[in-house]
Ligand binder design. Structure first.
Ligand code: NDP
Ligand SMILES: O=C(O)C1=N[C@H](C(=O)O)C[C@H](O)C1
Length: 268
């Protein structure tokens, strides 16, 4: 499968280039960065710490997409929406790992998914998608007298909060309770915030060092606590998940898919 990596010089972009090189049946057909990027013209293999592969980083996404079968996109919300439009035009699979999306971005992805398969997830790992299923079940089992708090920690360079994974886990908890997350989400507390609203789903985001991604969902009841957690030790697992998603999406009809579809966990 011929794959394009957008945001090729980023932390995840470099991992994606390596994951493609390590996957039989996949080739890197282009590596894209934004106009003006210092990475333009560099060899994508060398950029990722591999031997040169002859693919030079370019800023011409549409020209790259029309020659490819899929695009792996871990960039930023505005960029992802623009790439979704181009991937729809080229009718290629679009794997979206970008987090920090607002409802307006999601609406644009939904529109693009009428023309091409989009697989989007705030976390491409098996462990987190399994955890989401467990969270949904536990939230459905316990009553709202059990408070739900989600704590995440990431490296100091992360720009969005709460993390996409924390939101995914919050959505799973809300689904378990059969309520909309937007009406119960409490994502910041500072000063005299008052007592915890009943039914709230709280988020706390920690940032520091080089932490790849830690998530904990706490169910706090009267006199006891249940904690479910996941630790990502290496971001290569997200890249491997993204390549797996692209292969799964090849030949799939247009639509918006999740990583749980790819992993066969949609019934969990
Ligand atoms: N779903 C998942 O499993 C995971 C998701 N992520 C998410 O992926 C995203 C990227 O993370 P990370 O790699 O750490 O971030 P980085 O900032 O290291 O990488 C993002 C890259 O995208 C580039 N970029 C931004 N806008 C454009 C554009 N318009 N055209 C081309 N390239 C562009 C950036 O360039 P520049 O520096 O010039 O802006 C940068 O090189 C984040 O949203 C993060 O949360 C991360 C890990 C796993
Ligand atoms: O920015 C990151 O690094 C990560 N982002 C994703 C998120 O926002 O949840 C996934 C992973 O935790 C790493």
């Amino acid at each position: 499968m011929r794959l394009v990596v957008v945001g090729a010089a980023g932390r995840m972009g470099r991992m994606l280039i390596k994951a493609i090189a390590a996957t039989e049946g996949c080739t890197l057909s282009a590596a894209i960065e934004r106009p003006g990027s210092e990475a333009l013209g560099q060899d994508a293999g060398v950029l990722a710490g591999l031997p040169a592969n002859g693919v030079l980083v370019s800023d011409d996404a549409l020209a790259a997409f029309v020659e490819a079968e899929g695009v792996l996109d871990f960039t930023a919300p505005d960029a992802t929406v623009a790439f979704a439009g181009l991937a729809a035009q080229a009718r290629i699979v679009h794997v979206v790992g970008t987090t920090g999306m607002e409802p307006s971005h999601l609406a644009r992805l939904e529109a693009a998914s009428r023309h091409a398969a989009i697989i989007r997830s705030g976390n491409m790992s098996l462990g987190v998608n399994l955890l989401a299923g467990l969270v949904r079940k536990v939230a459905a089992t316990l009553g709202t007298d059990w408070d739900i708090e989600i704590v995440e920690m990431h490296h100091r360079m992360k720009v969005d909060a709460p993390s996409g994974t924390a939101v995914l886990l919050g959505e799973a908890a809300a689904e378990g309770r059969a309520v909309p997350l937007a009406e119960h989400r409490v994502a910041s507390r500072d000063g005299q915030v008052g007592a915890r609203p009943p039914g709230a789903i709280g988020f706390a985001a920690l940032r520091g060092g080089t932490v790849v991604g830690d998530h904990k969902v706490i169910f706090a009841g009267a006199g006891e606590r249940l904690e479910l957690s996941h630790v990502a030790e290496d971001r290569s697992l997200f890249a491997q998940g993204a390549v797996k998603a692209a292969l799964w999406g090849r030949g799939r009809k247009p639509g918006l898919y999740a990583m749980t579809d790819v992993l066969g966990l949609d019934n969990l």
